[in-house]
Design a protein around this ligand. Structure first.
Ligand SMILES: Cc1ncc(COP(=O)(O)O)c(C=O)c1O
Length: 375
């Protein structure tokens, strides 16, 4: 039978406790949410939803085609200019997702004959970018600038070092300054994915590269997503104008993909303006993460010290992680559950996101539920 092999894979997955299922989510869910990536609590902010609605009314439900075919709207231009200025870069280009932005950045900056040096803990979208790129990829140890130096040493020709700024599983930060130094010693470019840094790190949430003094450098390129702190959907690449112009001409996920939906662009622009006006939201997300970590640790749980707004709690096994998350849900708390193959090190975890809009009482309740449901 044509697809019979799928049943065998499903059986293996079931035996390993790794089956994934989709759960319905009502619009008015009563759960306390520590599972989403809505770090600043903006996804349902009235200004953000109004931004989406107004954009859809003005420009339509979709972008109607690739921006190279049907044209680029003033809304896309505004978002790109304001995002680049906020994060301290010369130019920006928006994509229909952060995933597409990462595929674009890695494939266009890692051409035939080049070396791509990739952190072992990188997000799947960066890994897939390496798989699609024509350059040769060398994976180096997690957060390991000397490993990067060693990889770059013997290579002649273009090279780019690729890393998350904040790793999505454990919430730890990359050593950006040391990585930039290693790149500069070898004339390599640095490409970092700030999906979990934008809105949380750097002055007023301008991102991890801004915080590390790397914003605007001519050898640094940053990707971001609009779907986490900005409460919308979509992604962007930020960097020198020369890189952005290259992407317009060479990035297949830009050229052959319908432009970012106007509603998503409008929502992201409204969220960005809100964050500029209320920069304290970034610090509040970091403070919530620190408080969650302190309280969970005090309750005897093994949690990784957060560098941004992701708090990772170790679980003994995939099955127990799933059960733990399900028991939290039954008690009214939504938490993320990360297990293989999403986690390359094979360690299962609960993943909590520290939202800036969580109250002290909500933090207390979350810690109490997680502690009571522990395996
Ligand atoms: C580090 C990282 N990069 C990229 C992405 C992809 O972004 P998007 O959801 O906008 O496609 C994600 C998660 O969604 C992520 O965690």
């Amino acid at each position: 039978m044509a697809f019979g092999w799928i049943d065998e894979q499903a059986e293996l997955r079931r035996r390993a406790g790794l089956v994934r299922t989709l759960r319905p989510r009502p619009a008015d869910s009563p759960l306390l949410d520590l599972a989403s990536n809505d770090y600043l609590g903006l996804a349902r902010h009235p200004e953000v939803t109004a931004g989406a609605a107004e954009a859809a009314r003005s420009w339509g439900g979709g972008a109607t085609g690739s921006r190279l075919v049907t044209g680029t709207t003033e809304l896309h231009g505004e978002l790109e200019r304001e995002l680049a200025a906020f994060c301290g870069f010369e130019a920006a280009l928006v994509f229909s997702s952060g995933y597409a932005a990462n595929l674009a950045a890695v494939t266009t900056l890692g051409p035939h004959g080049s070396l791509i040096v990739s952190d072992a803990g990188n997000h799947a979208s960066l890994i897939d970018g390496c798989r699609l790129a024509r350059g040769v990829t060398q994976v180096v140890g997690h957060a390991h600038p000397d490993g990067v130096r060693k990889a770059l040493g013997p290579h002649e020709g273009p090279a780019v070092v690729v890393s998350d700024t904040v790793f999505s599983v454990d919430g730890d930060a990359a050593p950006l300054t040391a990585l930039a130094e290693a790149c500069r010693e070898h004339g390599a470019g640095l490409l970092v994915d700030d999906a979990h840094g934008l809105g949380v790190l750097g002055d007023g949430g301008r991102g991890a590269p801004y915080g590390a003094g790397l914003a605007g450098a001519d050898d640094v390129v940053v990707t971001v997503t609009l779907s986490k702190s900005l409460g919308s959907q979509g992604g962007a690449v930020l960097g020198p104008r020369r890189v952005i112009d290259h992407l317009v001409n060479a990035a297949r996920t830009f050229i052959f993909d319908t432009g970012l939906a106007p509603a998503a662009a409008g929502a992201a622009l409204a969220a960005l303006r809100l964050l500029r006006r209320e920069p304290g939201r970034a610090a509040r997300a970091r403070a919530v993460a620190a408080e969650l970590h302190a309280r969970l640790t005090a309750a005897g749980l093994e949690a990784v010290r957060p560098d941004a707004a992701v708090v990772s709690v170790r679980a003994p096994s995939p099955e127990e992680a799933v059960r733990w998350a399900a028991d939290c849900r039954t008690a009214g708390l939504a938490v993320g559950c990360f297990r293989p193959p999403s986690v390359p090190d094979g360690v299962s975890r609960l993943r909590l996101t520290a939202r800036a809009d969580l109250s002290g009482a909500e933090i207390e309740r979350a810690v109490q539920v997680i502690g009571a449901a522990r395996p």
